[in-house]
Each structure stands twice: as C-alpha cells, then as structure tokens.
Ligand binder design. Structure first.
Ligand code: SAM
Ligand code: SF4
Length: 334
C-alpha cells in the first residue's frame, strides 16, 4: 500500500481540483429526462453518513481539491446537509477556495440564509421553464412557485445564482430566449445543457434532444453573441449577449466535448468515485472509508482514480439505444 499525499493528476496530466459530491440520491422532483416516475431510491444504510462525507471532503482537500460542489439527487432534501455545509465551510480559506451546491431550488427559501452564513457564495439552480403547467409536466410536481421563491431568497441572502436549463425539443425550446432574458434581467448567469443519455427514463430522451448548435443559431438571429473566454474549468463555453448585458453558457457534451480540459471527479452518495460522468470507471471510497486503515486505503483509492480516469466520454443519443451508462444523473449529480 502506498500513501500518496500529493495533488491529484491523472494519466493525461490533467490536474483534478474540483469535486462534485452527491449527498443523496433522493429527490422531491421527478424530472422526466432525469429519472422514471417510480424511481427506486437506495436504502439509507448504503448512503455515506455525515461523518463519512465530512472525512471524504477533508481527504480531498488534503489532495488539492479546491472546489467542492454538493449535489444529488436534491442535496437540500438530506436532513443533516447543513451540518456538512457548515463543517466544510470551516475549510474555506484553509485549502478550500469554494464551496457551492446545485439544487432544484424547491427548498432554497428555507436554507439560503444558512448557506450564506456557512460561506457559500454561489449556487446553481436548475430551472427549465417559467410556465407552471410545463414545470409540472417536466418535473411531475407542482413546485414552480417554491423554486421562484427560493431563487428570490437566495438573491436576498446575497448568494449569486446561476440558472441551469436543459434544452428540450418541443418542450421549453420556444421559451429559451425568454428564460435567458428573465435570468439576465435579474442579474443571473445562465447555462444551457444538452440532454445526456444517462439511466433509463420512461420515454425516449431522443424525442426531446435539442442540439445547442441550433439554439445558438436562433439566439444569434435575435441578439449579438460575443464569445467570452471565461472558463470555469468545466465543459461550458460562454458568450456575452450585448442586448441583455448577461452571460450565457453552453454545455454541449453531444455536439462538442471539452474533455481535454476536464478538472473534475464525482462521488456518489454511496461513496463511488466516478472518474468520468459518461464512463464506468470507478473506485469504491466507501470500502476504503470503512476499512481497518481508512487513511491509507483512501490515499490508494484516489491514486487509482487518477490512473483510470478516461481521456474522454463517448456519448451518443439514438432512438432505441441503451443509455451510455445505466446510472441516472441523480446518482452522479450531473
Ligand atoms: N437536483 C439538483 C438539480 O436538479 O439541480 C441537483 C442534481 S441534478 C442531477 C443536476 C443537474 O443535472 C440539473 O441541472 C439537471 O437538470 C441535470 N440533469 C439531470 N438529468 C440530466 C440528463 N439526462 N441530461 C442532462 N442534464 C441532466
Ligand atoms: Fe431531481 Fe435534479 Fe433529477 Fe430533477 S434533475 S429529478 S431535481 S435530481
């Protein structure tokens, strides 16, 4: 057994500095592109405890992870999540540069102040539509009002809110310019995302797959889009829109991939580290954490993750084809 302590660098010389940590696979919505109506959630004992999540976070910070994003499922449905936020928040300025989360926003109104007090500066909120009927159709729950209240509360608490919108053919397609305009008017950045083939859902995802190249063309006919070289170290590419005065990101895993600059890894709520969102390569951090010598086994597991991280994903979206990976986005947190 080795006992590495250095920064995390993979076989393609990519420095891994960003961890997306899923704290639960559960959710209070059932977005149709994300999971089936009757989603089977994991038994609680399989999910990492608060102490295990905290220990993992600290081990990653020791190895040079400077940004942690909590995700899920819906991170704010986990009862003790704020304890984790506060515990990790204490590492801000002491190895950790940024602590953030991705949320569907339904419970943000309750938690926004606590998040800000713990040192969170920015949150990503998923919002695919501002039409209450379509929201209910897409998420199978009537919660648009709660989400909008959550966004307003986050703003009032001083959090920067970035909106994430999955572009869906025949569903929110026509609304996208209005969503962009609304987001920018309220001072939010927005990122559009192509739907990815991860996990079985009830319908055919391909029916609603909308390449963002088409959306960009349409937005360009309406507004002046200036490329912006802002990089978040992630797969998004940005433009500034002259007329709205705001920034818009495009995440295009299907039409274009930016794997060469990937700086991230993902850990599921059961402690499985997936080296790539679109790949099966993983190491079991829960087994390491629950072993006799957790520190040494964790260090080894992280080294192994760096060896197996693939160069790129190979997403394809086709009618009748199996998903690229059987696990849902709610497992790996997007
Ligand atoms: N529940 C939280 C939320 O919705 O923001 C966090 C987890 S959710 C899995 C993270 C992001 O993944 C959301 O923005 C969601 O829209 C997106 N997502 C889920 N399934 C997806 C899919 N199959 N393709 C593309 N994006 C997906
Ligand atoms: Fe829940 Fe987020 Fe998946 Fe929607 S996208 S079902 S909010 S985990």
């Amino acid at each position: 057994m080795s006992c590495s302590t250095g920064p995390l660098v993979d076989a393609f010389n990519r420095r891994i500095s960003y961890l997306r940590l899923s704290v639960t696979d559960r959710c209070d919505l059932r977005c149709t592109y994300c999971m089936p109506e009757r989603m089977q959630f994991l038994p609680r004992k399989e999910v990492l405890s608060l102490e295990e999540l905290h220990k993992l976070g600290l081990a990653f910070i020791e190895r040079g992870i400077s940004k942690i994003r909590l995700t899920g499922g819906e991170p704010l449905v986990r009862r003790d999540v704020m304890e984790l936020v506060r515990a990790l928040g204490r590492k801000l300025g002491d190895g950790l540069e940024e602590l953030t989360l991705t949320t569907n926003g339904t419970q943000l109104a309750e938690f926004a102040d606590g998040l800000a007090a713990a040192g969170v500066k920015r949150v990503n909120v998923s919002l695919d539509t501002m039409d209450a009927g379509l929201f209910e159709q897409l998420s199978r729950r009537n919660r648009l009002g709660d989400v909008l209240q959550g966004i307003a509360a986050a703003r009032e608490a001083g959090l920067k809110v970035k909106l994430n919108t999955v572009a869906l053919k025949g569903l929110n397609e026509e609304e996208i310019p209005y969503l962009v305009e609304w987001a920018h008017r309220h001072g939010h950045e927005m990122t559009l995302i192509e739907v990815m083939p991860l996990g079985e859902v009830d319908g055919e995802r391909v029916d609603h797959y909308l390449p963002l190249t088409a959306i960009r063309d349409r937005l360009e006919a309406r507004w002046t889009l200036n490329d912006n070289d802002h990089r978040s170290g992630g797969p998004a590419r940005y433009v500034d829109i002259a007329e709205t005065g705001g920034r818009l990101g495009f995440i295009t895993p299907l039409t274009n991939n930016f794997c060469a600059s990937c700086n991230r890894i993902r850990v599921t709520a059961t402690g499985q580290l997936y080296a790539c969102l679109g790949g099966a390569e993983k190491v079991d951090l829960r087994a390491a954490l629950r072993s006799e010598e957790p520190d040494a086994h964790l260090a080894d597991a992280l080294d192994e993750a760096m060896r197996i991280k693939p160069e790129r994903h190979h997403f394809r979206i086709e009618r009748g084809a199996a998903p690229a990976q059987p696990r849902h986005m709610s497992m790996t947190g997007g």
